[in-house]
Design a protein around this ligand. Sequence first.
Ligand SMILES: Cc1ncc(COP(=O)(O)O)c(C=O)c1O
Length: 366
Amino acid sequence: MRATTATIHLDALRHNLKRVRALAPRAKVMAVVKADGYGHGLERVAQALAGADAFGVATLTDAERVRRAGLNHRVVLLSGFDEPCDLALVREFRIDCVIHHDSQLAILERHPAQAPASLWIKLDTGMHRLGFAPEQARRVYERLRVLPQVGEIRWMTHFACADDYDTERTEAQMARFRAAIGDLPGERSLANSAAVQAFSASHGDWVRPGGMLYGLSTFAGRTGRDLGLQPAMSLSTRLISVRQLAAGEAVGYGATFVCPQPMRIGIAAVGYGDGYPRHAPGGTPVQIAGKNAPVIGRVSMDLLAIDLTHVPAADIGSEVLLWGPELPVEQVAEAAGTIGYELVCGVTRRVQFAAAEDLGDISAAA
Ligand SMILES: Cc1ncc(COP(=O)(O)O)c(C=O)c1O
């Protein structure tokens, strides 16, 4: 069987949730599990994070998956519903909906009997992606409040720059949020992972961490481990070919790498068809027997070439770690010009997924 495996460290997920609780002790935690639990597998992640107070999802299908996994938590559809026909499922599965646009308000007013029992009004305080303008807050609240099926109304906003310690922008967003809601009732939620870690004043009633639960860093130049988090995914495979090449021989598509001297190279069973980034340039590290070794040539769909010069013990069958607790995904992402979030979300379903309970060595955690 092809050895390419994503191992999900369930204790790492639980460890990271504890870290959220330690940083935001007074807030409830909405664990964001969108994009199939950031690529880690929605059901397994939600079960491991059952200690959270709620789950945040992007699609109704994922909301339904959380319910079918047997979890009774509050489930929040972070972009809300799109069409009137979504409302029946929302009610059937008791899903909280974010409402961010007049088009959604109009649907609720046309179908008041179908309105969700619990709504989160999203305000756009500066990100300009989703949300009502702050000056609309009272008007939206009043229109929702009179709908007979609507029971609870909460408030949320989302930060654009909390991950670059940009105090000014984030504080301006917080101030706009506070001013817009004024004395209107309802719990408040602002903080994503970056704000959980860097802006304690933003914690409010509910924090909404995603990346940090998976051990991912949102801060440039810092790994999840630097932040006291445990990476929740190891992506690994094995060498399926080892060969000796002469100086001047080229490796891979486009012959972009030419051996400067005689070289021993290994071919690992992983490629962009598994979600390994095609843009990872030569020199991107993988790890074999605890030692870093560089990728050479172009990443192909199923295969990856590795310079084995400094890992002479490596041979057919040797395990190759692409990222994981011992090789930060942030390091691979930086080489490939992306972020760890994209890499873990992009692992494809032809990779085998396995769950591990072990926490491993957390002594490196801050
Ligand atoms: C509305 C909302 N809240 C919270 C999050 C979690 O963000 P992060 O993964 O950076 O913690 C997201 C993810 O993008 C989001 O869209």
